[in-house]
Write a protein that binds this ligand. Structure first.
Ligand code: TNX
Length: 530
């Protein structure tokens, strides 16, 4: 009898475990337990929440409205049929503000965050419990979840220079981030092919730098040109609108203003800021160009400071990204002003001149109360004192920076470049490379070679979407889905929870959700090796 009881207990607990694993949530929560029974959300369900939870309430109601065709009323109290949102006020700041618990029982759903952001993230989990079919009786399983992220920085970049995307689409992209529990939107606003942010003091950035005459056809170097104008700029009012939209979803927007390289669009309007004086044109081709901002000319620094004076107040983010990547030194080598600067400042060579450039801009940005992020090239010639490094040419730069006790965001091409193909037989034009979803999933931003102490400097990771070959919103969706789901788990879930075999079926459920949202995704992205 005793043995029978023991066996029964064992079987029951095994059933509980296998049930727990069948909760289809991405990223996998720290702890999730599924119980027997279901609660049904209907148009009669009420949301019980303080006024301060308005961001969470609006997001949930907008989602329900858009996908199921109803909204829920809020109430001060309810004993049953509720979705309760609670965010206690802590005397001492909680150590992980994104933490939340979510419980579903016969009376309703309760979500409790360690901050309003935590509660908002709990809403994203609730959304994933909803069935991906239109109905006004949404059955969700009884469950008990406790969850918090492994990394505090979970980002997605969008390049709006190579191809411009409307405010409306940028907002949709931000929604995708929120739904995948990402918390940072890196907005790549300037490059050789177009300047995309209005700067009132320098109006030609709008009239000249935001437009190119033509774009190459096909893969670089291209089969001719299309002779179609490609233009686009965000006014400062639109930028504010996007930043607010993101803040309403607890997403920080980090603007990137590229310097000293990738500057052709700005030089086209202000040729005196280049070493040769021009003429320059907004580029219709891709790659690394030799003409960059002149580092010997004081006017360059005055211009960039003017730009930053207008950019900084638009973004509450503590970081401003200054680029720093792919800056050839050819022009500087033969530019008398740059050579004079090298001599006057006692610099070793042109790499030290790049370092001087970034240090000087960092000082300016720090004086405005902000910190810089730069691509890993900013390590060359010595890191600026407070700089955060975004490691893209593999992890080497990130490892070196962490060892120097600088903060690091990992975004190595081999795992995080979502402009690369998702399948071997890619049927659309991409930049090349091969980055299947399984490889994204395998990514661990904390390299083994770092000591536990140095590993603390790895803030998290990010995927980059460079848009040379991404010309439309549906192509953006095709490139990011389902890889964004894989990255979200790599950045959020505890390392020991990561398991591809467990993720794969959950990803197939996520695909159903993409279909339900009516967004594009790469179907080959889910079948490996094709
Ligand atoms: C390198 S990543 C670049 C971009 C390109 C990208 C294409 C980085 C800092 N610079 O300018 O768009 O490769 O994958």
């Amino acid at each position: 009898m005793k043995q029978l009881l023991l066996t029964a207990c064992l079987l029951l607990s095994l059933a509980a475990i296998s049930h727990a694993q069948s909760i289809n949530i991405i990223p996998a929560p720290v702890k999730a337990e599924m119980k027997n029974g279901q609660f049904t959300i209907t148009p009669k369900t009420v949301i019980v929440a303080a006024a301060a939870e308005s961001k969470s309430v609006s997001f949930l109601n907008d989602y329900l409205d858009k996908l199921y065709g109803f909204r829920l009323k809020t109430a001060a109290k309810a004993d049953r049929n509720y979705i309760k949102l609670v965010t206690p006020v802590f005397v001492k700041k909680p150590d992980n503000e994104e933490r939340y618990t979510l419980n579903v029982d016969a009376n309703g759903v309760s979500i409790q965050g360690d901050s309003y952001q935590g509660t908002f993230i709990g809403i994203q989990t609730l959304i994933q419990l909803l069935p991906p079919v239109k109905s006004n009786a949404l059955k969700i399983p009884f469950t008990s979840i406790e969850d918090y992220p492994r990394f505090g920085y979970r980002g997605m970049m969008l390049d709006v220079s190579r191809h411009f995307f409307t405010v409306e689409f940028v907002k949709q992209y931000i929604d995708f981030l929120a739904l995948h529990k990402m918390n940072t939107f890196h907005w790549h606003l300037t490059d050789d092919q177009g300047w995309r942010i209005e700067i009132k003091k320098h109006p030609e950035l709008t009239t000249i730098s935001s437009c190119r005459e033509s774009t190459i056809i096909g893969h670089h170097p291209g089969k001719g040109e299309d002779h179609i104008k490609h233009c686009g700029i965000y006014t400062q009012e639109q930028v504010k609108e996007v930043v607010k939209y993101a803040a309403d979803r607890f997403i920080t927007v980090i603007p990137e203003i590229e310097m000293p390289g990738h500057a052709m669009a700005a030089l086209a309007a202000y040729p005196e800021l280049g070493c040769t004086g021009g003429p320059y044109k907004v580029q219709g081709t891709w790659g690394v160009l030799q003409d960059v901002f002149c580092a010997g000319n004081e006017k360059t620094f005055a211009f960039l400071q003017d730009v930053l004076d207008e950019v900084i107040p638009l973004f509450p983010s503590k970081y401003i990204h200054v680029g720093g990547d792919e800056c050839p030194k050819d022009r500087w080598k033969v530019c008398p002003k740059c050579q004079k600067r090298i001599k006057d400042e006692n610099l070793k060579d042109e790499h030290a001149l790049q370092s001087y450039f970034i240090h000087r801009m960092e000082k300016y940005i720090n004086s405005k109360g902000k910190q810089i992020i730069g691509w890993d090239e900013i390590l060359e010639g010595g890191l600026a004192p407070n700089a955060t490094v975004m490691s893209w040419r593999g992890e080497k730069g990130g490892i070196e920076a962490a060892k120097q006790h600088h903060n690091v965001i990992m975004t190595p091409t081999g795992w995080c470049y979502f402009d690369y193909s998702q399948s071997k037989k890619e049927d659309s034009l991409t930049i090349g490379g091969y980055l299947p979803v399984e490889k994204v999933y395998s990514y661990d931003p904390q390299p083994k070679e770092l000591s536990a102490e140095d590993a603390k400097y790895i803030l998290g990771g990010q995927a980059n979407l460079w848009t040379e070959y991404i010309t439309s919103p549906t192509k953006v969706q095709y490139m990011v889905f389902p890889r964004m789901a894989a990255l979200s788990e790599a950045l959020w879930s505890p390392k020991e929870k990561k398991n591809w075999k467990d993720f794969e079926p959950r990803m197939n459920d996520q695909i159903k959700r993409y279909q339900f949202w009516n967004v594009n995704y790469n179907p080959k992205g889910i079948k490996q090796g094709e």
